[in-house]
Design a protein around this ligand. Structure first.
Ligand SMILES: *Cc1c(COP(=O)(O)O)cnc(C)c1O
Length: 462
């Protein structure tokens, strides 16, 4: 496949074989729907949504090859042929030895945390992810952030804002002692920082540092292909390398990964835990029979494992990932040109609006990002989601965590929308921006105990 030059226009590397109709809900319907949903876009019904940018999780359009693979799924309870095909794909493309399928990413996080974390342990990570941190805490661990400070600054143009601050990591190791650190939790790309990548050089350095102290490194690989694309585009010496070789090298510096296959691997449900250490594998495979299913299906149907094995391979195609990230850059650039405050550099899976800068009249305790997501839905039926104080939840003392980043995420599903949809989204954000001073503060009127952002309810103030 030849690479089009950067100066030429590009198009999606597929044509459309099946379509799904979408509908624009009326202004009246949108007003009723968002009120009914307690101003939480997670509580909208998808029939009330026009363009759905809530998440890129499990929202992928599968290819004809994946649908064909599903027909040959082996639904045997034990030893399914489809499991061995998935295992071989993980070994070939990521390079890990042992694979435990799980129903999705958090299933793998649960098995990993229960297997590796003891009460009182410290888990350093390059910024937290909601479910990852919760499973670490439920296993008795405490998450410690070791990302570089630039990650917390939406205006910093650092090319690898997902990087680990190596000095900080070493000081955490020296403060608590290597015995208290079961592993370093390394995300690629960093979702909550705005889809920001980690450099190959940094992953290598994390490996060298942890080797010195005998500490393992576990990768959150949900968005590793997007990360590899940024490495190929930005890191000196990587321009002529293939995405597949960069992914494999990244994995080679780690001892295992948790995978939400609903992201880069291009399927609607599924995940796995992959490790190189046989003892860890055995324990996790044993726990899988309690929480997931037998270790050769882990909550997935045989057909799901077939679609995933094919999806892993397709996700590494150069033209796929270039168009995937290209669509996000296209939307992000439109918003930057219109003067909208967004997190820069533009991330790999979505465009993140900076709600603090967008709505300076709303204090963080009155949920500016939540209010902005609701306002965008009201304008056009475009669904986005909050990634700010609501997502950050409360600390062990019951106080609200107050993250520096107060963002609204416009997350682009893989292979689902066209550039024309992106134009509609950009226009709606601009319209909302033009009347931003009329957007009201919110009050939380229902707060669930775990991962509150999914189910919390709000009411406008004043
Ligand atoms: C989605 C996601 C998870 C959790 O995976 P699920 O499949 O939603 O359970 C973990 N880490 C990252 C970075 C994710 O994006």
């Amino acid at each position: 496949m030849s690479t089009p030059s950067q100066s030429r226009t590009w198009a999606e590397p597929f044509k459309i074989k099946v379509i799904e109709h979408v509908r624009i809900p009326s202004q009246q319907e949108r007003e009723a729907a968002i009120r009914e949903a307690g101003y939480n876009t997670f509580l909208l019904r998808s029939d009330e949504v026009y363009i759905d940018l809530l998440t890129d999780s499990g929202t992928t359009a599968m290819s004809d090859r994946q649908w064909a693979a599903m027909m040959i799924g082996d639904e045997a309870y034990a030893g399914s042929r489809s499991f061995y095909r998935l295992e071989a794909a993980v070994q070939e493309w990521y390079g890990y030895k042992y694979v435990v399928p799980t129903h999705q990413g958090r299933g793998a996080e649960n098995l990993l945390s229960k297997t590796m974390i003891k009460p009182g342990d410290i888990v350093p990570g390059n910024m937290y992810f909601t479910t990852t941190r919760l499973h670490q805490e439920l296993a008795g661990g405490t998450f410690t952030d070791i990302i570089i400070p630039e990650a917390h600054d939406p205006a910093s143009l650092h090319p690898f804002k997902g990087n680990v601050d190596l000095a900080k990591l070493e000081s955490v190791i020296l403060e608590f002692g290597p015995d208290k650190i079961p592993y370093v939790s390394l995300a690629a790309t960093v979702n909550l920082a705005g889809g920001q990548p980690i450099s190959l050089e940094n992953v290598r350095a994390v490996r060298e540092l942890t080797n010195k102290y005998g500490i393992k490194v576990i990768l959150d690989a949900a968005r590793i292909v997007e990360n590899a694309y940024f490495i190929q585009q930005r890191e000196p010496g990587c321009q002529s390398r293939t995405i597949a070789s960069i992914v494999k090298e990244m994995c080679s510096y780690t001892d295992g990964c948790t995978m939400s296959a609903k992201k880069d691997p291009l399927v609607n449900i599924g995940g796995f835990l992959a490790v190189n250490d046989h003892a860890i594998y055995e324990e996790a495979a044993n726990l899988a029979v309690i929480y997931e299913g037998l270790h050769t299906y882990g909550g997935m149907a045989g057909r799901d494992m077939e679609a995933l094995a094919t999806g892993i391979e397709e996700s590494l195609h150069e033209d796929h990932i270039r168009a995937r990230v290209g669509q996000i850059l296209y939307l992000g650039k439109k918003l930057i040109d219109a003067g909208i405050p967004i997190v820069q550099p533009i991330g790999g899976h979505g465009v993140f609006l900076d709600a603090r800068a967008f709505l300076p009249h709303i204090p963080q305790e009155q949920y500016p990002a939540q209010a902005l997501a609701a306002a965008l839905y009201l304008d056009s039926g475009v669904r986005s989601m909050e990634r700010g104080i609501v997502s950050a939840g409360r600390n062990k003392n019951g106080e609200e965590n107050k993250p520096k980043l107060e963002l609204v995420r416009l997350t682009i599903p893989r292979r689902v929308y066209t550039q024309a949809h992106m134009d509609v989204v950009a226009e709606s954000v601009q319209i909302v921006y033009s009347h931003r001073d009329t957007i009201r503060c919110l009050k939380m009127i229902h707060e669930p105990k775990y991962l509150r952002f999914f189910q919390a309810r709000f009411e406008p103030l004043g």
